[in-house]
Design a protein around this ligand. Structure first.
Ligand code: BG6
Length: 489
């Protein structure tokens, strides 16, 4: 029997992430019998809830029509609530006693996951207290899962890291980037390293540019307070987008181990070209949404959203051009863009191959389309290869054709939630799809220059209509290089 046995302690159990993602993910692990009957989830929060109230909340977030009440009840019986004051040492001692009881009740050998899904200002305090009050001192393992944001710039990230490292070693720390749990993000590595036809072309001799888009339809919703201090740069680019870049750009690891993969990723972060503050305007575009129509609905400007300053300078869109200064990638732009209130929800990678040396089929009416490899991350999952083929109605003209593999249609089931995989990985002690401190460090030092330039007004804040694909400056960014954003629909 090697299914993992552990107590999962969720700090912030009454919060949004727990309700939207964590409970359902644990439930799916339970249904698929990936976790043992011998597990417990202890929700920790400020509110004075009973176990019963907590279980009600969990039930609401896992309910759907096709589940038996039996399953649900037996699942819910594993959930316990602990009311808690984050600054009060006795709160930790009480929690410790509860955890020891759980260990006995479910014969769990002292394995503990401490999942911090709450306001980041207490991450350091909690980590220290867990150690000082002896909660990490068991015969089993203790792991710390940390949600973003991991700091808001390099100095604050270093500070936070110092605090948690006093209580947990790097190997015990699981920094979540939920994009790394997505099926097709995990597939990047396989597409690249398991196919004879891509890796030989995967360099500056055959790739013209790479485009990564992650567009959202939703606005800032009720997260104005958080988002005002974050913006698209820190909310999406520093973590999710740069992680995707590193997976696309890394050298093949010598083995598929956590250490080897991470060390290749870190080299990409190190090779990211640092841009001078005064040059940022030529590489990055920031934009903010104004009112418009998104998928048929009229929506307000960002500045009219709740908890948003009417003169806010926060960007809800960012597009950028990155260079990776190494042998493989010298000269190849990586274009990235992400934003809220855009035309559609879509995350895609488009690899544009270089033009062939001479086009025999060129004529004045049409130009040949470059070959594209499209990796569809969401909402659809799959890959498309765009080639040129003969047009049957005209002898010497070509037309682009698409070979598509759609992951959802093949398996005909929902692929697991990103969080489901990541929680499971953490239970197994596999840190591959979590962010190592070095990655965090380099990504902040890259991003800090951009945000500094923006704070110093060295690049204008543009606007874009809700429901569009961003400001026109984002198109110009590529146009100056003779490129354009390929459609992502
Ligand atoms: C989160 C950001 O990390 O990612 C959110 O904080 C964003 O602002 C979300 O909406 C997007 O995730 P996904 O999985 O919907 O692409």
């Amino acid at each position: 029997e090697n299914r993992p046995k552990a107590v999962i302690v969720i700090f912030g159990a009454t919060g949004d992430l727990a309700k939207r993602k964590l409970f359902i993910s644990i439930y799916r692990l339970f249904l698929s019998q990936k976790i043992d009957e011998d597990f417990a989830v202890v929700g920790v929060g400020r509110r004075p809830w009973s176990n019963h109230e907590f279980r009600e909340t969990v039930m609401k977030s896992i309910q759907s029509s096709d589940q038996s009440q039996n399953d649900i009840n037996s699942f819910l019986s594993h959930f316990y609530y602990h009311q808690f004051d984050v600054l009060e040492p006795s709160s930790y001692l009480e929690l410790g006693t509860l955890l020891t009881n759980m260990d006995e009740h479910y014969s769990i050998p002292g394995n503990r996951i401490f999942y911090l899904a709450m306001a980041p200002e207490f991450f350091g305090t909690i980590a220290k207290q867990l150690k000082e009050q002896g909660l990490t001192n068991t015969n089993g393992w203790s792991r710390l899962v940390i949600e973003k944001p991991f700091g808001h710039d390099l100095p604050s990230a270093i500070e936070l890291n110092k605090e948690i490292r006093e209580a947990f070693t790097e190997n015990q720390i699981y920094r979540i980037d939920h994009y790394l749990g997505k099926e097709m993000v995990q597939n990047i590595e396989v597409i690249r390293f398991a196919n004879a036809m891509f890796e030989p072309l995967w360099n500056n001799r055959f790739i013209s540019n790479i485009q990564i888009t992650s567009s959202e339809v939703l606005g800032v919703e009720d997260r104005g307070r958080y988002y005002e201090n974050s913006g698209a740069l820190k909310d999406m680019l520093q973590n999710h987008m740069l992680q995707i870049v590193s997976l696309l750009a890394m050298e093949p690891p010598i083995k598929l181990t956590t250490e080897e993969i991470r060390s290749e990723k870190v080299k990409v972060f190190k090779a990211l070209r640092k841009i001078d503050e005064n040059e940022i305007k030529n590489y990055f575009v920031r934009g903010q949404y104004v009112e418009g129509t998104v998928q048929g609905n009229q929506v307000p400007s960002y500045r009219d959203e709740d908890n948003v300053d009417p003169n806010s300078q926060t960007e809800t869109f960012v597009a950028g051009k990155l260079f990776i200064d190494n042998f493989r990638w010298a000269g190849v732009p990586f274009y990235i863009r992400t934003g809220k209130r855009m035309a559609l929800k879509s995350t895609k990678i488009i690899v544009q191959f270089s033009d062939i040396p001479m086009n025999l089929y060129y004529n004045t009416k049409e130009q040949m389309t470059p070959n594209l490899l499209i990796i569809h991350i969401q909402p659809d999952e799959g890959i498309t290869l765009q080639l040129n083929a003969k047009r049957s109605d005209a002898e010497s003209y070509t037309k682009p054709i698409q070979l598509t593999f759609n992951n959802n249609c093949v398996d005909c089931i929902n692929t697991p939630e990103a969080y489901e995989r990541l929680i499971y990985d953490c239970m197994l002690g596999d840190g591959t799809n979590f962010t190592h401190w070095d990655e965090v460090k380099y990504s902040w030092s890259f991003v800090d220059v951009i945000s500094q330039a923006w704070t110093n007004n060295l690049a204008p804040l543009t606007t874009y209509e809700s429901g569009s694909m961003g400001p026109k400056e984002s198109d110009s960014l590529l146009a100056t290089d003779g490129h354009n954003w390929w459609p992502v629909s």
